[in-house]
Design a protein around this ligand. Structure first.
Ligand code: UD1
Ligand code: PEP
Length: 434
């Protein structure tokens, strides 16, 4: 079993470079399916397992995908298949993002129904509501969603019940080839939505208003491949900002875009952390003592749920009582039990977590429950007494490129190893039963 072993106590210093954003590149790669002619070339693609998964989905659908370093080239000009099977959707929920492009281009799409996951039940009713409003008939059965439209999708006015990132993206991708104008109201405003809109427009689409609460899309007859550079990963950047803050370090996070990180910067400053805008990124200097604060996760520009667990690690070291309220996902507190194993004074009250800091964190063997929890446990390990061993690294690899190497380059005492699992002998178990 692979583990990351970290020994707490080192202050981090130096410069770390941020990769292209996972949550931007996945919809952008899905959108390449919309090009019936020409190749798309995507730059600054991070080498993550999720990127391999979405590439596999595209290959399965009959697109040609080549990856060279941080560049992905997609040729989707051949006739496409219709179906994204469960083996891909199970590995990565973002596989459902091929549904909009397939429906727009083929008039049909069949995608395995994603199940729940460690952070919540995550339904996709808002995606489907959008497709239906555009004239598609949607059927759910036998573990699949089948969507079909007679002729082309038709532009429609769609009001989302919640500003869902995935629904906004899927509906945008369906609408770019629809007949007429689509208006998505109460849509998501995340920077990744703007990045997708920029890529779609480079392909020949007419998308306006991305980044605001209303997106207007005028459908066009066809789209061609385009070149695009993915935005920097604000969550990876934020994770390294917390790493600097928690260790009382001084780190330049190169590529961090201040406008994408304003809610995080505000909270860090409230905690006593110094954040300085430099020409090519953000410098973060941790204080001797961190102050307790309250945090509530919200859709962008509110505090991102994808930074909730990392901030929880930081608040464990803050003086006083902090409260974190999670409003985006109903079950994103699985890491709380793992922090308890590290001697954290922390309890769950409904959708909130109360932390009494500063906690005297102790190294322990802990398991990552989702990708941000993996990062958060490693961050806690940076300041825990002794050794922390973090398992279930498949979650980490979905969203962080060479995380331990980047931390080691900043001075952390950290390595990734393969350790044998302890196998209990049957005799011992039997002995206990007598
Ligand atoms: C690949 C990707 O970009 N993932 C991000 C994306 O996920 P994702 O796009 O899945 O997140 P959404 O914004 O759609 O989900 C937010 C909330 O809306 C609910 N919901 C969503 C769709 C729907 O049809 N019905 C519904 O009820 C979800 O269960 C959840 O409670 O945005 C999340 C919220 O910022 C981030 O945490 C994820 O990292
Ligand atoms: C929850 C996340 O991703 P996904 O939506 O791909 O599960 C995340 O990036 O933290």
């Amino acid at each position: 079993m692979e583990k990351i072993i970290v020994r707490g106590g080192n202050r981090l210093s130096g410069t770390v470079k941020v990769e292209g954003a996972k949550n931007a590149v996945l919809p952008v790669i899905a959108a390449t399916l919309l090009a019936s002619e020409g190749k798309s070339m995507i730059h600054d693609v991070p080498a993550l397992s999720d990127v391999y998964t979405i590439s596999e989905v595209l290959r399965y659908l009959n697109a040609e995908v080549t990856m060279e370093g941080n560049r992905v080239v997609v040729d989707a000009s051949r006739e496409l298949k219709l179906e994204a099977p469960f083996e891909y959707v199970r590995k990565m929920r973002a596989s459902v993002l091929v549904m909009g492009p397939l429906l727009a281009r083929n008039g049909r799409a069949r995608v395995a129904l994603p199940g729940g996951c460690a952070i919540g039940s995550r339904p996709i009713d808002q995606h489907l509501k959008g497709f239906e409003a555009m004239g598609a008939s949607v059927k759910v059965g036998n573990g699949f969603i089948d969507a079909e439209v007679n002729g082309r999708l038709r532009g429609a006015k769609i009001y989302l019940d919640f500003p869902s990132v995935g629904a906004t993206e899927n509906i945008m991708m369906a609408a770019v080839l629809a007949e007429g104008t689509t208006v998505i109201e109460n849509c998501a405003k995340e920077p990744e939505i703007v990045d997708l809109a920029n890529f779609l427009n480079a392909m020949g689409a007419k998308v306006r208003g991305a980044g605001t609460g209303t997106i207007r899309i005028e459908g066009v007859a066809d789209l061609r491949g385009a070149t695009h550079t993915v935005i920097p990963d604000r969550i990876e950047a934020g994770t390294f900002m917390v790493a600097a803050a928690i260790t009382g370090g001084n780190v330049l996070v190169q590529g961090a875009v201040p406008e994408h990180l304003s809610s995080l910067v505000a909270k860090l400053e409230e905690m006593g952390v110094t954040v300085v805008e430099e020409e090519n990124g953000l410098r973060v200097i941790g204080p001797e003592k961190l102050k307790a604060v309250d945090i509530k996760t919200m859709p962008h520009p509110g505090f991102p749920t994808d930074m909730q667990s990392q901030m929880m690690a930081l608040l464990l070291k803050a003086e006083g009582t902090s409260m974190i309220t999670e409003t985006v996902f109903e079950n994103r507190f699985m890491h709380v039990e793992e922090f308890r194993r590290m001697n954290a004074d922390i309890k769950i009250e409904g959708r909130s977590v109360i932390i009494n800091g500063p906690c005297n964190l102790q190294g322990a063997e802990v398991a990552a429950t989702d990708l941000r929890a993996a990062a958060a446990l490693i961050l806690a390990g940076l300041v825990a007494e002794g050794y922390t061993r973090v398992t279930e690294l498949k979650h980490l690899d979905r969203g962080y490129v060479r995380f331990h190497e980047k931390l080691a380059a900043l001075g952390a005492n950290i390595e990734r190893v393969r350790e044998e699992e302890t196998v209990w002998e049957e005799a011992k178990v039997t002995d206990l039963n007598v």
